[in-house]
Design a protein around this ligand. Structure first.
Ligand code: NLE
Ligand code: FE2
Length: 325
């Protein structure tokens, strides 16, 4: 900690934006982006399905009512919802051995052995959260929908992942533009139980605390091209580790085909790449390894403008703010 002094809790100037200092502050980090709500988006497969929209609302209300320290809400999923899960789960089972990175495969197997991942039923957030906690200290919080980038990223600083709990519409099981619990579970959960990947995720979160809007935009772009749609090298091959690929088999095959462009992951250029979330990506970024991505990311974060540094204390679940001199 050379050249760094610990500041008292209230000593950061009031000009700085508010950000969560303790895991319980995440109760205030649940602001939604509404662009994909089935009530508002006519192209959403649930738009014309009243029953789906009502179900979705019930599950969203449960997430809004959640407070730090509560047990994870248990959702008794319907037969249709479990059926949607089964379809995606079985395609993932087919494609994983060939296309997913080794770290994903390792945890996936463990989740099957512990009977948390089974094809006939959607696992509950509580079992997954307990599993993550045993492996990397990550835990979950229920989220009502797609959160703002600032709120979502800030939770990663505390090794907390905000997870949706509703299920995509049965009419489009293989691709949805918005997160749902199938995406969270099949896409994100395996790698959050991998130590190196968990560390990388937390560092993106820590870098976001108190960052400017412009920097949040860059961080969420990096998040997008790594944690959501990242590819990585494995010997002579390229494998998928991004959650948006591992939960959607059409895009997974697309990403590993020659119909798109692969570029080397480099935070300073990746952070500026424009992206959209309606269609398959035209460009993907390939990391050498998680360790290499983390190293490059750290070097890039050091160039950010924030006048202080942050450090997470897992014993207190508190973020400590350090004045960088
Ligand atoms: N396209 C992904 C899927 O269908 O599972 C979800 C992406 C969420 C950013
Ligand atoms: Fe995601």
């Amino acid at each position: 900690l050379d050249g760094v002094t610990l500041l008292a809790d209230n000593s950061v100037s009031i000009k700085d934006p508010w950000f969560p200092r303790h895991a319980s502050d995440l109760d205030n980090c649940n602001h939604l982006m509404t662009k994909y709500e089935p009530d508002l988006d006519m192209s959403h497969p649930g738009f014309a399905d009243k029953e789906y929209r009502a179900r979705r609302k019930v599950i969203a209300e449960i997430a809004f009512a959640y407070k730090y320290g509560d047990p994870m809400p248990n959702i008794p999923y319907t037969e249709t919802e479990n059926e949607t899960w089964s379809r995606v789960f079985n395609t993932v089972l087919d494609l994983v051995p060939k296309h997913a990175c080794i770290e994903y495969q390792r945890v996936f197997k463990k989740l099957q052995e512990e009977r948390i991942f089974e094809s006939h039923r959607i696992p509950q957030l509580q079992e997954i959260s307990d599993f993550l906690k045993r492996n990397t200290g990550f835990t979950l919080r229920p989220a009502a929908g797609l959160l703002t980038a600032r709120d979502f990223l800030s939770s990663l600083a505390f090794r907390v992942f905000q997870s949706t709990q509703y299920v995509r519409h049965i009419n489009s099981p293989y691709h949805t533009p918005e997160p749902d619990c199938i995406h969270e579970l099949l896409g994100h959960m395996p790698l959050l139980a991998d130590p190196s990947f968990a560390q990388f995720s937390q560092e993106i979160g820590l870098a976001s605390l108190g960052a400017s809007d412009e920097e949040i935009e860059k961080l969420s772009t990096i998040y997008w091209f790594t944690i959501e749609f990242g590819l990585c090298k494995e010997g002579p091959e390229v494998k998928a580790y991004g959650a948006g690929l591992l939960s959607a088999y059409g895009e997974l095959l697309h990403a590993l085909s020659d119909k798109c462009e692969h570029r080397p992951f480099d935070p300073s250029t990746t952070a500026l790449q424009k992206y959209q979330d309606q269609e398959y990506q035209p460009i993907y970024y390939v990391a050498e390894s998680f360790e290499d991505a983390k190293e490059k990311f750290r070097r890039w974060v050091a160039t950010m403008s924030r006048p202080f540094e942050v450090r997470y204390n897992p014993h207190t679940q508190r973020v400590e703010v350090l004045d960088s001199v």
